[in-house]
Ligand binder design. Structure first.
Ligand code: UD1
Length: 417
């Protein structure tokens, strides 16, 4: 089994480019199913979750070509509506494919989704919304069968602004006659990017980025060429790497609006963050990190849950005590058990972590427990004394290109063995 070995204590310098966002490429790949045309996706990240989604699309009958960072999907010959169990198991976000498959085929067949181990990750909001659009949902022999032959438009009030449920409703509504309205929709930038893609395809999606989104069904679509928004969580990871190593790093291809809450937290920790050009920032840190009195994760535009583990690593070497409250997912503090092996002083009680900053972390053998906790351990390793060995790299590969080895471009000493 391969491991990352991170040598701590080295300054970083130089510039690094952020790739297209994982959380936007997945729903957009799903959306390519709907049109029966050719979709060209630019700046497509080379990560495991994309590979898995591509595999699912090929299984359904799509023809897919990758040339560097450009992915072309031709969905004209789709013939199947089943997502195989072994593929569904590997990725929770595969649930959003059901909305797209239903929009195209009027039927879909899946199992319950797998993916990141972040505690209970139900799909009740997706199912409830489908039923409200008169899509029948029946469990049979371990499979979930969706039938959208009699689907009709309607108003859907989400009990929580779930990102995945908002995407799934947007996708399924693209071919339902009339106007479907989502109330209390998620406002994440990935939702707006999906809406942009759908509108280029010939749909009429209004209100993305606000809490009310309307989708008017269409019956013909066109070819699309779309460049993905940059990955805001990869940007947050590089910022954390610069912060813990007391470095100055330029980050290119970043949308500062999308990471407003993250920039604000880093500034509160005493890290300088300034915009150099439209899509570049310089992050500069020196001396001890200041603690955060209270950091709460919340839906966009609040502080993203996906950056919580990464920032916990930074706070573990802050000059004082910080409190972090995780409001989105249970069990998203698994990385703290690993950080403790590196000498961090963290106490977790339910959704709350109290982090007493220590002078130094020390290298240790640790395990990536989920995607972002893996990245958090790389960040911790960069400032620890000695060598940190990280295993379970498949988690990191789901969402970071080249197992984060690209940090070597800015001087990080990381090897994969
Ligand atoms: C997406 C992101 C993930 C991010 C999360 C929150 C993708 C591929 N993943 O995940 O990286 O951490 O948004 O920003 O885009 N919930 C229910 N019932 C449901 C659906 C969700 O109770 O039917 C709950 C979840 O258990 C969780 C919360 O709602 O507690 C947020 O989930 P959601 O916004 O749906 O996240 P995902 O779309 O899974």
């Amino acid at each position: 089994m391969s491991k990352l070995v991170v040598e701590g204590g080295n300054r970083l310098e130089g510039s690094i480019r952020i790739p297209g966002a994982k959380n936007t490429v997945l729903p957009i790949l799903a959306a390519t199913i709907i049109s029966g045309k050719e979709s060209v996706i630019e700046d497509c990240p080379e990560i495991k979750d994309v590979e898995l989604t591509v595999e699912i699309l090929k299984n359904l009958g799509c023809k897919i070509k990758r040339e560097g960072r450009t992915l072309t999907v031709d969905s004209s010959d789709i013939s199947d509506y089943t997502i195989k169990e072994e593929l569904m198991d590997k990725m929770r976000s595969s649930i959003i494919l059901t909305g797209a498959i239903l929009a195209r085929m009027k039927k879909a067949k899946t199992t319950y989704p797998g993916g990141c181990e972040l505690g209970l990750r139900p799909i009740d909001l997706h199912i409830k919304a489908f039923k409200e659009l008169n899509i029948s949902v029946v469990e049979e022999g371990g499979y979930i069968m969706f039938d959208g032959e009699n689907a009709h438009s309607g108003d859907i009030h989400l009990a929580f602004p779930s990102v995945g449920a908002t995407e799934n409703i947007m996708l399924v509504a693209t071919t339902i006659k009339g106007t479907t309205k989502i109330i209390n929709a998620a406002k994440e930038p990935e939702i707006s990017d999906l809406a942009d893609f759908l509108n280029k395809m010939g749909c009429r999606v209004l209100g993305a980025g606000t809490s009310v989104i309307t989708i008017e069904g269409a019956d013909s679509f066109s070819n699309v060429n779309h460049t993905l928004i940059p990955d805001r969580i990869v940007a947050a990871t590089v910022m954390a790497a610069a912060a813990v190593t007391g470095s100055t790093v330029e980050i290119n291809n970043v949308n500062t609006e999308h990471i407003g809450a993250v920039i604000s937290a880093f500034r509160e920790m005493g890290v300088l963050v300034f915009k150099t050009m439209d899509n570049s920032v310089v992050v500069s840190a020196a001396g001890r990190i200041k603690p955060l009195n209270l950091l709460r994760t919340s839906p966009y535009p609040g502080f993203p849950t996906d950056a919580q583990s990464i920032i916990t690593s930074v706070l573990s070497v802050a000059d004082g005590t910080s409190i972090v409250i995780e409001n989105i997912f249970e069990q998203r503090f698994k990385h703290t058990e690993e950080l403790i092996k590196m000498g961090a002083d963290v106490t977790v009680d339910g959704r709350c972590a109290v982090i007493k900053g220590v002078d130094r972390l020390k290298g240790a053998k640790v395990s990536a427990r989920d995607l972002r906790s893996g990245a958090a351990l790389v960040v911790a390793g960069l400032c620890a004394d000695g060598f940190t060995e990280i295993d379970n790299l498949y988690h990191i590969d789901r969402g970071y290109e080249n197992t984060l080895l690209d940090l070597r471009e800015i001087g990080a000493k990381i090897t994969k063995v």
